[in-house]
Design a protein around this ligand. Structure first.
Ligand code: FAD
Length: 435
């Protein structure tokens, strides 16, 4: 029997997981606008190895990702490494991995440290996340951790991640981040998962499995419109092609999806307003390689709003540098409005500014010894999870029959991530396989 034709828009991990799962029953075509697959979890070559364009690791609780890795032949590549966290504040790097570190964090008075510790303990124990969605992280943290802890520890991180939206962010989102992480630590600290050979192998293996099942994954195919025609069929138009499908699954950000469907008669303004009510921020990431070993920590929170980046990672303090010709790999990352001047600045200017910032954090850093640098920009990297965000989440089914939506704006209260993209791909496939 001839298989029904399904088009999946977007070759990130949601689209590729769905493509793989659906390719047994459907004739799958995945269309990706970029020249490479992988989306936010895509990779590139540095020092003879494939590495993520933006820093990636997974957590012990990321069951969907671990299960898929086993299923697609990556179980022996997934390695677990001990993480270490530091905080850069007031010109100094402080260890910030353990309860002991929090308690010894001198910039906060002892009473504030105790309050902060108690507030984290509450979040670790409390499983009832719904109640946190009605209040902002700012309000909750000031009330429970205190104003000093908020200003020094939390405010710079929230501003770094959410900019002008920072005071609107739901405590539900922060609850999920902290609750999950605090509960995956054991006495030895936190173990993080990394795929030897890079996360890109997940995308590549999924693509190969889709093709093996008779499907296609096409790059450089920017979808320009999705239109319903007679018999509930759907036309997907790209710059180079126009194809008719039985079903379409979009995994692209909700605001872009809204543009692609806006001309259909079944799409009313209320649905478009809902899709457009979700704001997104872009992300910039600088990756560099050097022989210099500058820090003893993997992850550095940058609690200094004068610096242009929010996070600094010495990737090779998590995974061995032998993967990268013995060189150290560093990531500097920031979230910002994709329409801002800062986002649009040229790569050279960003690199200059950020490397000077790196020298401020780690004074032994010698710019002359940098061997390679690369900037990556993503326009829709993070959705804004404000209070009552649940009301904004779009449904999997759209007003058009046979047109489905599954993207990371539906992930809540958890932070979007590789595990949840895979989970979303599995979930939407189960819905479509039951049809
Ligand atoms: C800075 C940063 C750090 C991160 N770190 C981690 C981490 O440590 N651990 C973790 O688990 N997760 C991390 N993530 C999140 C993780 O990468 C994402 O949640 C996941 O990859 C999202 O997959 P997706 O398929 O839902 O979306 P995407 O990866 O965004 O995929 C959507 C795809 O659709 C394509 N597309 C868009 N418009 C069109 C169009 N018109 N036509 C065709 N194609 C189109 C895009 O190019 C993209 O490939 C990080 C993300 C960022 C930005």
């Amino acid at each position: 029997m001839k298989k029904e034709k399904i088009c999946i828009i977007g070759a990130g991990l949601t689209g590729l997981t769905a493509g793989y799962k659906l390719s047994e029953k459907y004739d799958v075509t995945v269309l990706e606008k970029e020249s490479q697959i992988g989306g936010l979890a895509g990779g590139f070559e540095i020092e003879g190895a494939n590495i993520e364009k933006v820093y990636h690791h997974i957590f012990k609780r990321d069951e969907d990702a671990i299960k898929l890795a086993n299923e697609i032949g990556l179980s022996d590549k997934l390695k677990w490494f001990k993480s270490s966290v530091a905080m850069y504040y007031d010109n100094k790097v402080y260890p910030y991995s353990s309860l002991k570190d929090f308690m010894l964090f001198k910039p906060l008075p002892l009473l504030s440290r105790i309050r902060l510790g108690i507030s984290l303990f509450i979040l670790k124990l409390d499983k009832k996340w719904q109640k946190y969605t009605q209040t902002t992280a700012e309000k909750w943290l000031i009330k429970y951790a205190g104003k000093k802890a908020y200003n020094i520890v939390w405010k710079p991180l929230l501003i770094g991640k959410f900019h002008t939206f920072s005071s609107k962010i739901s405590m539900g989102w922060l609850w999920a981040r902290l609750h999950i992480r605090l509960n995956t630590r054991d006495k030895q600290g936190e173990l993080l998962g990394y795929f030897e050979g890079g996360f890109m192998q997940i995308s590549n293996n999924l693509r190969d499995l889709i093709t093996r099942n008779g499907g296609k994954v096409e790059t450089n195919q920017m979808v320009e419109s999705i239109t319903e025609i007679k018999d509930n069929k759907i036309v997907v138009k790209t710059k180079n092609s126009t194809e008719i499908y039985d079903k379409v699954l979009s995994t692209i950000p909700s605001n872009i999806f809204a543009k692609l469907i806006s001309k259909n008669s079944k799409i009313d303004s209320k649905y478009l307003v809902k899709l457009n009510s979700i704001d997104y921020l872009g992300a910039i990431c600088l990756v560099l390689s050097t022989e210099q070993d500058l820090s003893q920590y993997y992850w550095h929170n940058i609690n200094d709003l004068d610096l242009p980046f929010l996070a600094l990672l010495q990737h090779t303090n998590l995974v061995p540098k032998k993967y990268y010709n013995g060189k150290h790999i560093y990531y500097l990352g920031s979230y910002l409005d994709a329409d801002s001047e800062e986002y649009k600045e040229g790569d050279d200017k960003i690199i200059r500014k950020w490397l000077n910032g790196l020298k401020k954090v780690l004074p032994d850093f010698d710019i002359e010894k940098v061997e390679s640098t690369k900037i990556f920009k993503f326009q829709n990297a993070q959705h804004i999870v404000d209070i009552n965000y649940s009301d904004k989440i779009p449904e999997y089914k759209t007003p058009i029959k046979n047109l489905y939506l599954s993207n990371f704006s539906q992930i809540y209260p958890e932070d979007r991530g590789v595990n949840y993209a895979i989970k979303a791909g599995n979930k939407i496939s189960n819905i479509l396989l039951k049809k």
